[in-house]
Write a new protein. Structure first.
Length: 216
């Protein structure tokens, strides 16, 4: 065999794996979950609380007014399309009660904060769009300003769904719809000046939020 032809064959055999790899389709960058940090602003609906106040004994209902909220999410990949998510959200809202719980006013400030840990499942429709579902559990912190300077921490859970729209390799717009359950139907009490407050109804809330995710 001609020596030049032999050298050509050797060179081609060495380059063959590189050509084969180049012909294989590459997975879209967004089709595998990565680390994400998201900041969101949203709107949370009210919900309501029911209970009774001791000293003196008075039943009450409290309607939580819908208001804006702020949230954050930290997502850590655990597989090709699952993430472990730390979710936090806070609402500085108001309640309107059926009786003046502080002796003079039927309205009061109510701060409701959630801190939860959950699992996110992603479905990738293209290189730029991903849909997801998330379940989480953790704590809700409630502070009824007119009654007490202390906060109540209760068990909470949430179910969420949404979409991530990637506008670059490292950033996305995230739309999130989330429902919250908080176990306020317990015999725990909220200590207030001259009164003990017993809640007898669980708190249900819903939240819609939008934010920017930073991805790497």
């Amino acid at each position: 065999m001609n020596r030049h032809l032999l050298q050509l064959c050797v060179v081609l055999s060495l380059l063959a794996p590189s050509f084969a790899a180049a012909q294989q389709p590459q997975l879209p960058r967004q089709s595998i979950t990565r680390y994400e940090v998201t900041l969101l602003g949203g709107y949370r609906n009210g919900g309501s609380l029911q209970g009774f106040e001791i000293s003196p004994l008075k039943s009450f209902s409290a309607s939580v007014k819908a208001s804006t909220s702020l949230a954050f999410a930290i997502d850590v990949p655990v597989s090709a399309d699952y993430q472990l998510e730390l979710w936090g959200s806070r609402q500085n809202g108001d309640v309107e009660t059926g009786i003046p719980l502080d002796g003079s006013h039927t309205g009061a400030e109510l701060k409701v904060s959630y801190l939860q840990l959950g699992l996110v499942k992603n479905w990738y429709r293209s290189d730029s769009v991903a849909y997801y579902l998330a379940v989480a559990t953790g704590l809700a912190q409630l502070r009824l300003q007119a009654l007490t300077s202390h906060s109540e921490s209760r068990l909470s859970a949430s179910l969420a769904g949404g979409v991530k729209v990637f506008f670059s390799d490292y950033a996305a717009i995230r739309l999130d719809l989330r429902g919250y359950w908080t176990g306020t139907d317990t015999r725990s009490t909220t200590l207030a000046p001259g009164a003990l407050i017993y809640f007898r109804k669980n708190l249900l809330q819903a939240e819609a939020s939008v934010g920017v995710s930073f991805v790497w």
